[in-house]
Ligand binder design. Structure first.
Ligand SMILES: NC(=O)c1ccc[n+]([C@@H]2O[C@H](COP(=O)([O-])OP(=O)(O)OC[C@H]3O[C@@H](n4cnc5c(N)ncnc54)[C@H](O)[C@@H]3O)[C@@H](O)[C@H]2O)c1
Length: 307
């Protein structure tokens, strides 16, 4: 019997894309599933799959920005399925593009409210209950490859996703025995993110979602390089893959769940740039011992390399 069978997963942004894929994989693992999402039609559509496949699932409509609603949803989920064992803080939106100094205050607030505070709200509402039941549990927070290597002009998205990496690394070190946390850092997947990044902020502002603007043109070739756009797009994974990758990471005990090798060089360059910046003076060993908890987070040494 698999370790997830009979347990309960609570997944935000669970009605679409990566969240729905994680939810379907959770159901395949024998879990009961709570789909949390802001869009009722998407929830209804998503729930049909669970009904057809005889999986236990409910949909709860609320925004992850609404703290009271999140607490109420956690209570509702427990009433239906009992204890929660897997929390996936996955709801998020794409943010306005451009240099940080051009971002409007509204765009800044909505990005942080959903992509960062939404994750913190989930941790606050669900983790004490999870620890309280004592049966073990795990939190998966969806960041992005941008959380590991922030490219220019995507600053709002980068800062929220970078913070999700940092908070998950912190959380993983704080969770008691039998509990853990992982950060999901996807590269490009085919999902509804282009549409929901416009419709969700509109819904939260009480406006009609309307039609999203046409997708932006592909980025121009760099340094005059020529490329075949179809070949480029083939690196975009089908969202069905996401759930399988997340559960593979969970079962291996991965802190970072990473999907695309294309970003390896960029992340390595960042890590190496940070290491190069350290002073070459010998460290004060007494300081290191006295403040060992700020000098080293043991969660990093537990990570294995897979081929
Ligand atoms: N698709 C990609 O290429 C990609 C890459 C990296 C990271 N991500 C991240 O993956 C996560 C899921 O995105 P996706 O690509 O599956 O998009 P998606 O639009 O298909 O799914 C996201 C879901 O989250 C819901 N949602 C958004 N804001 C919400 C809120 N405030 N409260 C409740 N529900 C809310 C939406 O209604 C939607 O159903 C996001 O955090 C996104 O930033 C996606």
């Amino acid at each position: 019997m698999g370790k997830w069978r009979g347990k309960t997963a609570f997944i935000t942004g669970g009605a679409s894309g990566l969240g729905l894929s994680i939810a379907k994989q959770a159901a395949r693992e024998g879990m009961n599933v709570v789909l949390a999402d802001l869009r009722q039609e998407a929830l209804d559509e998503a729930l049909a799959w669970f009904g057809e496949n005889g999986a236990g699932a409910i949909g709860l409509k609320f925004s992850v920005t609404d703290r009271e609603a999140f607490e109420e949803a956690a209570r509702e989920a427990e009433k239906k399925f009992g204890n929660i064992h897997l929390l996936c803080n996955n709801a998020g939106i794409g943010c306005a593009h451009g240099p940080l100094w051009e971002m409007s205050y509204d765009d800044t607030d909505i990005a942080i409210d959903i992509n960062l505070k939404g994750v913190l709200n989930g941790i606050r509402a669900v983790v004490p209950r999870m620890i309280g039941h004592g049966e073990g549990g795990h939190v998966v927070n969806t960041s992005s490859k941008n959380g590991l290597m922030p490219p220019p002009s995507l600053g709002l998205y980068n800062i929220t996703k970078g913070a999700v990496v940092s908070l998950t690394e912190t959380l993983a070190g704080e969770m008691p025995q039998g509990y853990g946390a992982s950060v999901f850092c996807p590269g490009p997947f085919k999902t509804n993110l282009g549409m929901t990044s416009f419709s969700v902020p509109a819904i939260l502002r009480g406006e009609s979602p309307g039609a999203p603007p046409s997708p932006p043109p592909p980025p121009p070739p760099q340094d005059g390089a020529d490329f075949d756009i179809e070949a480029v797009r083939s690196s975009e994974l089908n969202s069905d893959e996401a759930g399988r990758l997340v559960f593979r990471g969970l079962n291996r005990g991965d802190l970072y769940i990473i999907t695309h090798s294309e970003f390896y060089e960029g992340v390595r360059a960042r890590c190496e740039a940070i290491l190069r910046a350290f002073p070459k003076t010998p460290p004060n060993e007494a300081f290191k011992q006295a403040f060992s908890f700020i000098v080293y987070n043991p969660v990093f040494s537990k990570q294995r390399e897979y081929r």
